[in-house]
Design a protein around this ligand. Structure first.
Ligand code: SF4
Length: 210
C-alpha cells in the first residue's frame, strides 16, 4: 500500500471519505459530481483551490457561490460571507497537513475556516496535494511552522517573525509570537467524525499550495 492509499484507508476508519486524482486538472470534474446544481457553496482561504481551478469553476453560475474573493468587497461584506458560510450546503477548503493515520491539521488566524470545517456546512470537501502528507501530529506541527505559516505570511505580507526570518519564533507552540497579525491562533486536529462522510478529502498526486 502506498502512502496515499494508506491515508485514504485511514480516513475511512475516521469516518471521512477519501478520493484520489492524479492531477489538479482532475479536481473540478470530481467536485462537479459531489456538488448538486443550485447548492450554496463557500470556501476557506486556499491557494490550492485557485491552483486547481476550483474558484473559477464555482463562479460558473451553477451554484450560489458565496464568493469571498469577489472584487471590491469591504470588510463588513467579507465578514457577512464568513458568517453565511456556516449555513452553506458545501464548504471547500484545503488543509495545512494530513497525517498518515487520516487526520487533518489546520492552523488559522481569523479561524473562520477551521470553524466551518468543524461545524456548520452540511458537506465539506478538502482538497490536498501530496506534499501535505506527514507522518504524524508532530510532523504536522513542524510542517505548519516551517513551511505553511511562513509562506502564507509571505503571501499576506504580515509583520510576523516568520515573515522576516522564514520560520516560527517558537516552532513547537509559537508562544514567542505576539504579533497582532499572527496567523497561528487556533490549532485544529480533525480526527474521528461522528457524521460519516460529511468530510470528503480529495488527495491529488501533485504538489498544491503550501
Ligand atoms: S506563530 Fe507567529 S511566527 Fe510562528 S509561524 Fe505563526 S505567525 Fe509565524
Amino acid at each position: 500500500m502506498n502512502r496515499i492509499e494508506k491515508v485514504i484507508a485511514n480516513l475511512a476508519k475516521n469516518n471521512m471519505c477519501g478520493y484520489y486524482v492524479d492531477s489538479k486538472n482532475d479536481v473540478v470534474p470530481l467536485i462537479d459530481t459531489l456538488i448538486a446544481e443550485g447548492s450554496t457553496v463557500a470556501v476557506g482561504g486556499s491557494v490550492s483551490l485557485f491552483e486547481c481551478g476550483v474558484i473559477d469553476h464555482l463562479r460558473c453560475g451553477k451554484y450560489n457561490f458565496l464568493d469571498r474573493y469577489a472584487p471590491d468587497l469591504n470588510p463588513k461584506q467579507i465578514q457577512h460571507i464568513f458568517l453565511e458560510s456556516f449555513r452553506a450546503d458545501v464548504y471547500l477548503s484545503s488543509s495545512n497537513a494530513i497525517t498518515e493515520d487520516g487526520m487533518l491539521f489546520n492552523v488559522d488566524g481569523n479561524s473562520n475556516r477551521v470553524a466551518a470545517l468543524c461545524y456548520g456546512p452540511k458537506s465539506v470537501i478538502v482538497i490536498v496535494g501530496w506534499n501535505k502528507i506527514v507522518r504524524d501530529f508532530e510532523e504536522a506541527i513542524h510542517r505548519v511552522k516551517t513551511i505553511a505559516a511562513p509562506k502564507n505570511n509571505m503571501r499576506l505580507i504580515t509583520g510576523t517573525y516568520c515573515y522576516t526570518e522564514g520560520a516560527c519564533s517558537d516552532e513547537r507552540s509559537g508562544n514567542g509570537c505576539k504579533s497582532i497579525e499572527r496567523i497561528c491562533c487556533n490549532y485544529v486536529l480533525t480526527s474521528y467524525q461522528r457524521q460519516k462522510d460529511r468530510i470528503k478529502v480529495i488527495m491529488v498526486g501533485e504538489n498544491l499550495g503550501y
